[in-house]
Ligand binder design. Structure first.
Ligand SMILES: [Cu+2]
Length: 281
């Protein structure tokens, strides 16, 4: 169940944007979240307006409601194997246009980070303190103003802690606190309904086979001692897996010594037990 670099980049983009992977990226459909309608994909202004008028939980704050819809739209644009920069850019524009006043600086930081990634393909931009802080702030907003559920996970070397056996259905902001010495991520997959094998067995499968019975739904990422965040749409009940693909040995010191085109060579953390299964009711 390895990930290639494209998938890694998508996961990190998703994590940084603090938005969820919506529905099946292949069919291009957005899935509704608690506070919005299926028009949330909103590539057009009309869709966003329709969504707002049928929203129950927007709390009468039109700007906040639009922002609650714009975030998943960005993720829809990013959660494909090969994100289209033009579509991503449009989604980023929507997020910027709808950002509440108190979040404008943080949203700008995240948009700049995404643009920088597209230019440099250097993921380390996401580990800057201001980018991580902005990401957390946006996700806190999603909990407070957009009715997202909250899932707090602690990462240590090499385990996830505080993971519930079952978690509420719906859109969730996921906060990843890294208390380890190495980088960690929480990459979320939904397991196909008819798949009954235990995760231990799925982890042994070749990547292509594993991808056929799992669906990527989002990822959070955090450097040693830092806090990461993302949002994930847990709309479908069923079995879910949370995995860390970071190679063993990925400390800040090791990363600092590596040249940009080098990659750490250790086995992924999930092979050391850094994975958990949970259920969405
Ligand atoms: Cu890890």
């Amino acid at each position: 169940m390895r990930r290639n670099i494209t998938r890694a980049s998508v996961a990190l983009l998703a994590a940084t944007l603090a938005v969820a992977a919506c529905g099946d990226a292949d069919d291009g459909e957005a899935t509704a979240i608690d506070t919005t309608t299926t028009t949330a994909a909103a590539t057009t202004t009309t869709g966003a307006v329709d969504g707002t008028t049928t929203t129950e939980a927007a709390g009468g704050d039109v700007a906040a409601g639009d922002f609650c819809e714009a975030a998943p739209a960005v993720d829809v644009a990013l959660a494909s194997e090969d994100p289209d920069p033009a579509v991503v850019q449009r989604a980023l524009d929507d997020v910027q246009a709808s950002a509440p006043a108190q979040l404008q600086d943080q949203v700008q930081t995240l948009v700049d980070a995404i643009n920088e990634l597209f230019e440099t393909e250097d993921f380390m931009v996401f580990l800057r303190d201001d980018v991580q802080d902005a990401n957390v702030a946006v996700n806190e907003h999603l909990v407070e103003e957009c009715d997202f559920n909250e899932l707090d996970i602690t990462a240590v070397d090499y385990e996830f802690e505080d993971v519930p056996d079952t978690f509420e259905r719906g859109a969730a902001a996921v906060f990843l606190r890294n208390e380890g010495q190495e980088f960690h991520e929480a990459v979320f997959f939904r397991i196909a309904d008819d798949e009954t094998r235990p995760i231990e067995e799925l982890l042994e499968l070749p990547e292509e086979e594993a991808m056929q019975v799992t669906q990527f739904v989002g990822a959070a990422f955090a450097g040693p001692g830092a806090n990461g965040a993302t949002s994930v749409q847990f709309d479908e009940p069923g079995r879910y897996a949370m995995l860390c693909f970071i190679p063993v040995g990925t400390t800040a010191e090791a990363m600092a010594e590596m040249s940009p085109d080098q990659e750490p060579e250790g086995p992924p953390h999930f092979t050391q037990g850094m994975w958990r299964e949970f259920t969405i009711d």
